[in-house]
Design a protein around this ligand. Structure first.
Ligand code: 2U9
Length: 344
């Protein structure tokens, strides 16, 4: 029996030494020390031993069990440490590796232009106003001296939603709303940037949705020369101090007299080239003195108050300033186009 116990010890320790995984170690524990294990079955046979032999064999059996247990625990610790090492190695982060660059976006060219124009007018004391894109027929047409059946309504092809509701065709209704808000007594300067909609077929110079910035100044004694000075300041700040402007007579239902403003062509310095179609001038915006009917409808007495208004298309301004030749590039969002104008 002593030999049997010794054989178990040797065999068990050998197997433990060879094992490389914890699961097999657990199987070994069961094989030797479990209820039906080999050590246990040897111990069960101790009843057959003499009184003298029993304590001697018992002590050896205890020692063998202790030896196997100690060896098992030591090996478990070794394997667990190795597993932990392996996991730490696999999960280690090399903090010295260079990071992946994060792509940063920037404002759209149109947004930059609108903000630049806003800043210019804020500097001249203007406030920024916004209004709804779904407008009433009243604010989009009626309040701007375009009564129903007025032939000038044909100038704009409109997206109608109902008989009375439409997508605004210009930002002018925001000005009509502002005059109403200031109740015919408060003098003010405002500009209103925003999206507008026309039933146009899209091509290089037309888009069914585009941007407008319109301005309005109402006070006592506002004169045409104020308009001219304001627009001259704007043109020089926007296109360069070496630019000159000229005003040509025009017609808009909401202004009288009405003008269109050109700036001298930067490409040929007024000599005439393909950009300015040989004229030396490039049309930038329209404007005029607010029609007395428009002032009156909004509650401002045209005998006391006067005003000037102007309107421009930021897409056109951006196209001229940066040589963009197709208005659709603002809306098709080709990143190669957008990237060129990041000032990030
Ligand atoms: C009120 C009174 C007057 C706004 C004006 C223009 C002239 C004009 C267009 C030019 C090209 C915009 O981009 S565009 O389509 N606009 O020429 N806009 S006067 O006059 C107003 C507006 C509102 C109450």
């Amino acid at each position: 029996m002593k030999e049997q116990l010794e054989a178990i010890r040797v065999e068990a320790l050998e197997r433990i030494a060879e094992v490389e995984d914890i699961k097999t170690l657990q199987d070994i524990r069961i094989t030797y020390l479990g209820k039906k294990g080999s050590l246990t079955s040897v111990l069960k046979g101790m009843g057959k031993l003499s009184k003298e032999e029993r304590p001697v064999v018992g002590e050896i059996a205890n020692k063998v069990r202790d030896a196997i247990t100690t060896s098992l625990e030591a090996k478990i610790e070794v394997l667990e440490n190795a597993a932990l090492e392996k996991q730490l190695e696999a999960e280690s982060i090399d903090v010295t590796l260079p990071g992946r660059p994060v792509k940063v976006g920037g404002p759209h060219l149109l947004t930059s232009i609108v903000e630049e124009i806003e800043d210019l007018f804020i500097g001249m004391g203007y406030e920024i106003k916004e209004g709804p894109e779904v407008e009433t027929d009243y604010f989009n047409f009626e309040a701007l001296n375009l009564p129903k059946n007025h032939p000038a309504r044909d100038m704009q092809d409109t997206f109608y939603i109902t008989n009375e509701l439409l997508l605004r065709t210009h930002t002018s209704p925001v000005q009509a709303r502002t005059m109403r808000e200031y109740k015919g007594i408060k003098p003010f300067k405002m500009i209103c940037p925003g999206k507008v909609y026309r039933r146009d077929n899209d091509d290089a110079t037309h888009s069914h949705q585009f941007t407008q910035i319109e301005g309005l100044y109402v006070d006592k004694n506002v004169r045409m020369s104020d308009l001219k000075g304001t627009l001259d300041t704007f043109a020089k700040k926007m296109f360069g101090e070496d630019r000159s402007i000229r005003l040509r007579p025009s017609f808009f239902p909401f202004t009288e007299p009405s003008v269109e403003m050109d700036i001298s062509c930067k490409v040929c310095n007024g000599e005439g080239c393909s950009v300015c179609k040989g004229t030396g001038w490039i049309e930038i915006l329209g404007g005029g003195m607010v029609h007395p009917n428009v002032l009156e409808m909004a509650g401002y007495d045209p005998q006391v108050y006067s005003g000037f208004a102007f309107g421009m298309g930021p897409e056109r301004i951006a196209m001229l300033k940066y040589g963009v030749n197709d208005i659709r590039t603002f809306y098709t969002n080709d990143v190669r186009f957008l990237k060129q104008y990041h000032q990030a």
